[in-house]
Design a protein around this ligand. Structure first.
Ligand code: ARG
Length: 294
């Protein structure tokens, strides 16, 4: 049984990262091409800063080796979802990212051999699933918030429920800018939920309001939404993100979170930020932790 005791993140170095196709409204290959050397260097530097911020916060890092032809593999949040040592692998909506799937399968096999995950399950035939990008674990509420529409299939909700036995709250994503749930929602350890209201329909907003007390709803305004400010990594009392307004920084500080901003802004030209660039291996539900301890 997996014995990870420290926060452990999978990152993939941006050795082959670029913006060469368009699968979300943030992606602008022409803007990238104009300054590609400078932007690629910025991404390499920012990624190193992100890795360092995670290490400084006490996390271990596992590296998914970069490969040519799959530039978006740096966004490891999308390669799968892992809870209680059980991984469900991604099946990408777009052919451009489907090319990552053989790399991902090999990588998870290796993690399983090394005992870093116990079980590796495929995405069911005919469905799409983009991992932590659309499945956000809320430890405080012991549930998974699941985004669907642009990428992940709605049917994944019952599938994830069957596998993990925790409640799943499906949220349809209606704004093309917020094509993955993690661009529009983040669950913090104190029970606060950061979210971008425009990303959700009335039913989704009602689900959020039903689950999260008013004083724990942190509405992300336009300034932060376009900085991908909700795409942070909550780790202990830290919130590690690519960019944030002074207002949101103060709101988080008042609740005891220390905001850190590694220089990953150039990844926004692909529609990604800190949370997208990481995948956590050690999340455990309370019920699972109790069974493990018994
Ligand atoms: N260009 C990538 C895509 O559109 C960005 C993925 C960002 N990842 C995330 N978890 N939001 O697939």
């Amino acid at each position: 049984m997996t014995t990870l005791t420290r926060p452990t993140f999978v990152l993939c170095p941006p050795d082959h990262f670029d913006v060469s196709y368009v699968i979300n409204p943030w992606m602008d290959p022409a803007a990238w091409a104009k300054r590609s050397d400078e932007l690629a260097a910025g991404c390499r530097q920012g990624w190193r800063e992100l890795a360092e911020a995670l290490r400084q916060a006490g996390a271990d890092i596992e590296l998914l080796p970069a490969a040519p032809g799959v530039p978006d593999m740096v966004f490891t949040a999308n390669i799968g979802f892992v809870l209680n040592g059980t991984a469900v692998l991604a099946r990408f909506r777009h052919p451009e990212r489907q090319r990552e799937e053989p790399h991902i399968a090999r990588f998870f096999d290796d993690l399983a051999k090394r005992g870093l995950v116990d079980r590796v399950l495929p995405c069911p035939d005919g469905l799409y699933f983009e991992g932590f990008g659309d499945a956000v674990w809320d430890a405080r509420r012991q549930r998974i918030w699941m985004g669907h529409g642009p990428r992940t299939s709605p049917e994944m909700a019952s599938h994830l429920h069957d596998i993990y036995g925790v409640p799943i709250t499906p949220l349809e994503l209606i704004d093309p800018r917020f094509y993955h749930l993690d661009t529009a929602l983040c669950a913090l350890r104190g029970g606060e939920v950061l979210y971008v209201p425009e990303a959700f329909n009335a039913q989704g907003l009602a689900a959020i309001e039903a689950a999260v007390d008013k004083d724990r709803r942190l509405i992300v305004g336009d300034e932060d939404a376009v900085l991908l400010g909700a795409n942070g990594i909550p780790l202990g009392n830290r919130y590690i993100c690519g960019g944030i307004s002074e207002g949101l920084r103060r709101t988080l500080a008042a609740r005891g979170y220390k905001v850190e901003t590694p220089g990953i802004a150039p990844f926004r030209l692909s529609g990604g930020a800190a949370y997208c660039l990481s995948l956590r291996l050690d999340h455990k539900s309370a019920a699972f932790a109790r069974r493990q301890a018994a």
